[in-house]
Design a protein around this ligand. Structure first.
Ligand SMILES: Cc1ncc(COP(=O)(O)O)c(C=O)c1O
Length: 372
């Protein structure tokens, strides 16, 4: 049996919530989706949470709703999942890749300024591996210019800033979560957009359901007549009751999942700090919830180490291959030295709530054996 890099923690609690949805006879977007949104609002303090079907949809819809379109430029880190630049391209805009800070692995606010042009309309930073990006620092770089900030919080659900849950309270125009199978919280597949602005929220609700004035569920729940006229362009991005049911069951267990991730990451820290060939990243696990556990080794060892771990049934790998080096996103001729150096040294090793301490020790022992 492989020790996977990541694995969802789902079981009886999720199954029994899904059974409730089956009994209700309403599988699509509905009362459970609404309940899930309300619980996320309570947890994050966001005035409006709009649940959608994936994190990628959340990013795309946030950009679209904030008016990003053809000819615009969006600045984002290259060290992120391909969903981010793809969402920009889906709007007809151009991704402009920025270098990262070697310690946080987040976009480096100091490197944003030279990338600003008259076409820059948005900045979309990722909270890499759960570490919140410094939004106020990005705001300071932007100054008075009308540039939107969309926080990709796909990795940081549950992490805290100044004791408060990641949300949309630090100057972000929108914050997006992913609830895909391996995230800190899963819906099977899912995502959410958090916004402050009521009008923006109303637009997002309309656009996620094909731009229809009122959905069947909205009409039924408000005991009003259906109005399915299309009033603007929209997408089929809503979240079903089934996926929301999984999310609700996960929320009830979330404290346990978070504690488990933190405990295992601390154990890795403790064991790996004895290995001089491995560099670990210093993290405050009292505030962040680690989504991934990333280590650094010398570039000449990295790929051999991944292969050695695979031979020992341990799933490890690079997260992520830099987007600016991907042909599809168009190599812009600019070098991103920190991103490129880290992409030669980084690897992600197994971390998920169901991982046992024994497995963590086994992974560390195999890393040690490789260097011995
Ligand atoms: C940083 C980041 N952004 C966006 C996404 C997209 O989320 P989803 O898989 O739910 O579409 C992911 C998913 O892995 C991610 O890691």
């Amino acid at each position: 049996m492989h020790i996977l890099m990541s694995k969802p923690s789902v079981g009886k609690a999720e199954l029994s919530m899904i059974a409730e949805v089956f009994k209700s006879g309403w599988l699509g977007e509905g009362h459970i989706t609404e309940l899930f949104e309300k619980q996320l609002e309570k947890l994050t303090g966001a005035p409006h949470v709009i649940a959608v079907n994936t994190g990628t949809s959340a990013l795309h819809l946030a950009l679209y709703s904030l008016g990003i379109s053809s000819g615009d430029e969006v600045i984002l880190p290259s060290m992120t999942f391909v969903s981010d630049p793809m969402a920009v391209i889906m709007c007809g805009a151009r991704p402009v890749f920025c270098d990262i800070d070697p310690e946080t692995l987040n976009i480096d606010p100091r490197k944003i300024k030279p990338l600003l042009t008259s076409r820059t309309r948005a900045i979309m930073p990722t909270d890499f591996a759960g570490v919140p990006v410094d939004i106020p620092a990005i705001r300071r770089v932007i100054g008075k210019r009308d540039i939107k900030i969309i926080r990709d919080a796909s990795h940081s659900f549950g992490s805290l800033i100044q004791g408060r849950h990641i949300g949309v309270w630090l100057g972000e125009d929108a914050t997006c979560f992913s609830f895909d199978p391996i995230k800190n919280l899963t819906c099977g597949e899912g995502g959410a957009i958090l916004v402050q602005d009521e009008k923006l929220a109303a637009n997002l609700r309309c656009q996620k359901m094909l731009g229809m004035k009122r959905t069947t569920w909205q009409s039924l729940s408000k005991k009003t007549v259906e109005d399915r006229r299309v009033v603007q362009q929209g997408f089929r991005y809503h979240m079903s009751n089934i996926n929301a049911a999984i999310g609700l069951a996960q929320l009830r267990q979330f404290k346990r999942f978070a504690a488990r991730r933190r405990k295992l990451a601390k154990l890795y820290d403790q064991l790996l700090s004895k290995n001089s060939q491995v560099k670990i990243f210093k993290r405050d696990y009292d505030t962040i919830i680690p989504f991934m556990y990333i280590i650094r080794v010398k570039p000449e060892h990295r790929d051999d180490l991944i292969a050695y771990l695979a031979q020992n049934s341990i799933h490890a790998g690079l997260r992520y291959y830099p987007c600016h080096l991907q042909k599809f996103f168009g190599h812009q001729g600019r070098r991103l030295p920190v991103t490129e150096q880290l992409a030669r040294e980084m690897l992600s090793i197994p971390l998920f709530p169901g991982l046992t301490e024994k497995q963590v020790r086994f992974v560390v022992s195999k890393i040690q054996a490789f260097f011995d």
